[in-house]
Write a protein that binds this ligand. Structure first.
Ligand SMILES: *Cc1c(COP(=O)(O)O)cnc(C)c1O
Length: 453
């Protein structure tokens, strides 16, 4: 079969696809940009035009596209086997990967449960936490707690703890209740309050919840250091540490969702390293395969693991699995991903590029009259655009200001994806200094053009 030409692809996309997180009416008004190839931090469309991948293909690409080592690892595994089940059988790539992951984690996290998306990794953490307390006889611990505007994925359990009014209101009757605490989000909520007071208020909020309800809560789930999909809300490490201390005091499990922050994004392999905490459960996804294949993992403490042990007839086992759990191709490329982190000193590059990004954000974005706030941890940054800087008045969502900025940037060869009025810069961790400069130049120019400043 000959390859379809670009016009056919446009027609077929419009005829047959339903795109994620997309108003299809809007989508069908324009021909889509169709990507055909990749090359390092670049995406190349069906007409051969090159674009810098400024959001790492939705936050998952790590070492660039078509990295020779990752490609070779995948081909090598393909010569052995693509997939075999982990139900009743084991497979070498998933075994090796589990050992290597545990060696990177705090000593209390000793077990790896695989799945295939961030959302499934979160579902698994929630179910493990829930069943753990049932097995331990603390059967009243049936509730969860999470942070306001948290995002943990789009399956129903993940939506229950990561509720967003705009995205999820139709499903409300299907969701379980979840206690919410307010993180120290200085810019939107704590007007005229300094970061220290906001931190105190947020910790006080958590103390109050757990004083009242701690005995009936199974787990608190957080995105440590940076709430990504909320619009890049930064937390000081003190906040993460305080939540660990408070949950421990009330016997509540702490789940860290590092689906976005994991694998070097924040400058350390995992964000929890900066807060120096040990969660009871942890979820990873996105960067685990370097952005190549769908794979995710939930890490559990030995204490949780042991609660599930017993004779089969007691039915204590964790009855959960997916057809592609521990997929061999995905685990092989994930192993190679870990090799490249070491061989190419990736974390050192992240630290250097993060500093460069901090400087560029302060110099070229902060002075723009419609930039209200800038929030950054490592190579994750959010630039909040506002209609009026003094009053922090937001642009109406119908104005699609973020979308306009990214379409402008696209004209200049940079692919971005906004979160509402927040422009996200999240390049692959392999990005070079000159490429990061270009990303910043194009993004700043696009903001100026669109906001008329
Ligand atoms: C992206 C994301 C998820 C969901 O991951 P999927 O692979 O899209 O299901 C969960 N949690 C966080 C923090 C994320 O950023």
């Amino acid at each position: 079969m000959s390859l379809p030409n670009p016009e056919e692809l446009v027609a077929w996309d419009h005829a047959y696809l339903w795109h994620p997180f997309t108003q299809m009416q809007e989508w069908l008004e324009q021909p889509p940009l169709i990507i055909e190839r990749g090359d390092g931090p670049y995406l190349i469309d069906v007409h051969g035009r090159r674009y810098l991948d400024g959001v790492s293909s939705l936050w998952c690409n790590v070492h660039g596209h078509r990295h020779p080592k990752l490609d070779a690892a995948l081909r090598d595994q393909l010569d052995r086997i693509a997939h075999t089940t982990l139900l009743g059988l084991a497979g070498s790539p998933s075994i090796v990967l589990a050992k290597r992951l545990v060696e990177l984690l705090p000593p209390n996290l000793t077990r790896v449960f695989y799945s295939d998306a961030g959302a499934t990794a979160v579902e698994i953490a929630l179910k493990l936490a829930f069943q753990y307390w049932q097995l331990r006889g603390e059967t009243r611990r049936t509730h969860f707690a999470s942070l306001t505007e948290a995002y943990h994925g789009d399956t129903l359990g993940a939506v229950s703890v990561g509720y967003s009014e705009a995205f999820h209101r139709h499903y409300k009757p299907l969701l379980f209740d979840c206690h919410k605490i307010n993180p120290p989000h200085v810019y939107r909520w704590e007007r005229q309050v300094d970061p220290e007071a906001a931190l105190g208020a947020a910790i006080g909020d958590a103390e109050e919840l757990f004083e009242l309800h701690g005995h009936e809560i199974a787990a608190l789930i957080i995105e440590p250091l940076m709430q990504g999909a909320a619009g890049m809300w930064v937390q000081p490490v003190e906040y993460v540490r305080a939540l660990r201390e408070i949950t421990r005091r009330h016997g509540v499990l702490l789940i860290c969702d590092e689906v976005a922050t994991g694998f070097g994004r924040t400058g350390t392999m995992f964000a929890i390293e900066q807060a120096k905490i040990e969660p009871d459960l942890m979820c990873v996804g996105k960067g685990i395969t370097g952005g190549y294949l769908p794979l995710a993992a939930t890490f559990a403490s030995n204490e949780i693991f042991e609660a599930f042990l017993g004779p089969y007839a007691e039915l204590k086992a964790f009855f959960h699995g997916h057809t592609y759990t521990g997929n061999a191709l995905a685990c092989a490329v994930a192993n190679s991903n870990l090799d490249v982190f070491v061989e190419e000193r990736v974390l050192a590059n992240v630290v250097q590029r993060s500093r460069q990004l901090t400087e560029r954000l302060a110099r070229d974005f902060a002075p723009l009259p419609h930039v209200g706030d800038i929030r950054q941890v490592g190579l994750m940054a959010g630039i909040e655009l506002v209609a009026d800087r003094r009053s922090r008045r937001t642009y109406p969502s119908a104005e699609r200001i973020g979308m306009k900025v990214i379409l402008e940037a696209r004209q200049h060869g940079v692919i971005l994806r906004p979160l509402g009025n927040v422009l996200i810069l999240m390049p692959p961790l392999c990005i070079r200094a000159d490429e990061l400069d270009r990303l910043c130049n194009v993004a700043a120019a696009a903001i100026k053009t669109v906001t008329g400043a």
